[in-house]
Design a protein around this ligand. Structure first.
Ligand SMILES: Nc1ncnc2c1ncn2[C@@H]1O[C@H](COP(=O)(O)OP(=O)(O)OP(=O)(O)O)[C@@H](O)[C@H]1O
Ligand SMILES: [Cu+]
Length: 405
């Protein structure tokens, strides 16, 4: 009789769990021109340099403006070296300051008249600001930022050296290639774009409440490559899990190429696929079988993380789930959206308690002689799976399959 699962598996988030969630923008890509961003941490020290030696175009300012306005992170000041807010957003505000934009003054001058908050399912956010069009007349300008694939799919134009230009297949290929190159280096890539609306636009525009519908035909401005270093202790923890016969799998909302590069770096074996490629509508048994040679499932929404864990558990595997996916679960179950509030000041972990817990967990991995059961029991003690998530994920009592870490 098989009472214990045949394998133990850990499904883990990437951002903040395997990586430090200390995000720093390193490159900006603008219509075939590339810029590097130097400097460390959340200070305005550091510079934006073009890689071709030519002076930066006006469109760089436009990109930095979009990054400053379409974010909620607040830049404190140089002495404090602090940015408060989501680390991804912090990474976008810092280059604006490095590019000599006074973000606070800019935001005061261009207040938001409406916004579409970021959510992990749609993977973008948008803000609307009173603006002046090229012809001097008042308009409302919307800035959009989010996953490059999502924005590219909505874009028909890009901001080139000659202004707004049709995004022909060749130019689209340039964006795709730049995105692939950055992602291949493990960079988290964000795109920024814009769209103009008539003066008086109130953030609804007759859309009946779904402003996202109106965000088509956008103008791509730039791609930003952000580094988020792997946690130094994560590689060893993964190695020890492997020795203990525990399969570690990364399940992330980030891009597949980015996730695969980080998985490779950390020694997570197996193929990388997107949630869409995995066909999550399949039955549990088929899904679990297909997961066997897969090490990374990317572009997964919070509720689909649960679906994957559930499929493994239904087969009798002992599955632990780590990272803020654990927190996403109840909200996903309620159809809510996640907004992650990241670290304060030094990029530490105050934003969500489970990151600190994860560090403790990674430490206990070092005692790899403890048996698998004990190992998973400890995970469970660190932070139990919340109620709704437990109900959402099938588990057989007695085999510890609802363990969470
Ligand atoms: N504040 C933001 N504004 C706009 N887009 C964002 C923002 N944060 C993330 N994104 C985009 O949404 C995608 C998914 O982000 P999400 O936070 O779900 O995943 P993640 O943190 O990379 O991964 P994990 O699931 O491992 O924690 C990112 O790859 C990025 O393109
Ligand atoms: Cu573990």
């Amino acid at each position: 009789m098989e009472t214990l699962g045949s394998t133990s598996q850990i499904c883990t988030d990437k951002t903040g769990t395997l990586t430090l969630n200390q995000m720093t923008a390193r490159e900006i890509f603008l219509a075939r021109r590339r810029f590097t961003v130097s400097g460390h941490g959340y200070t305005a020290d550091g510079r934006i340099r073009s890689t071709d030696g030519r002076p930066p175009p006006d469109t760089l300012d436009e990109a930095l403006t979009a990054m400053a306005l379409c974010t909620d992170a607040v830049f404190r000041d140089e002495e404090e070296a602090a940015v408060v807010g989501d680390p991804t957003e912090a990474a976008l505000v810092v280059p604006a300051e490095k590019g000599d934009i006074d973000v606070t003054a800019l935001r005061r001058r261009r207040p938001r008249v409406a916004e579409v908050p970021f959510d992990a399912d749609h993977r973008f956010m948008a803000t609307f600001h009173r603006w002046t069009g090229d012809d001097g007349r008042p308009i409302v300008r919307c800035f959009v930022k989010g996953a490059p694939d999502v924005l590219a799919a909505r874009a028909t134009h890009y901001l080139g050296p000659d202004g707004v230009t049709a995004l022909d297949p060749q130019e689209r290929r340039h964006y795709d290639e730049a995105n692939a190159t950055l992602a291949g280096q493990g960079r988290r890539v964000l795109a920024v774009a814009r769209k103009d609306f008539p003066d008086g636009f109130d953030g609804d525009g007759g859309s009946g409440g779904d402003v996202k519908e109106l965000l088509d035909r956008i103008v791509l401005i730039a791609l930003v490559g952000i580094v988020d270093p792997p946690r130094p202790e994560a590689r060893q923890a993964i190695e020890q899990c492997r020795e203990a016969g525990i399969r570690v799998r990364m399940i992330t909302g980030d891009h597949a190429v980015t996730a695969a590069a980080i998985a490779r770096d950390l020694g997570i074996p197996g193929r990388a696929v997107t949630g869409a490629e995995l066909d999550l509508s399949a039955g549990d048994a088929g899904l679990a079988r297909r997961l066997d040679d897969i090490g990374v499932v990317a572009r997964v929404s919070p509720e689909h993380k649960l679906r994957i864990v559930g499929a493994l558990q239904a087969r009798g595997d002992v599955v632990a789930m780590t990272g803020d996916g654990v927190n996403d679960a109840p909200r996903a179950a309620q159809g809510g959206h996640r907004r992650r509030h990241g670290p304060d000041r030094d990029g530490g972990d105050q934003g969500s308690g489970d990151h600190g817990a994860h560090r403790r967990r990674l430490r206990h991995h070092r005692g790899s002689r403890q048996g698998r059961a004990r190992h998973l029991r400890q995970h469970r003690q660190v932070h139990p799976l919340p109620g709704p998530a437990r109900r959402a994920s099938p588990s057989s009592p007695g085999n510890g399959s609802s363990a969470s870490c």
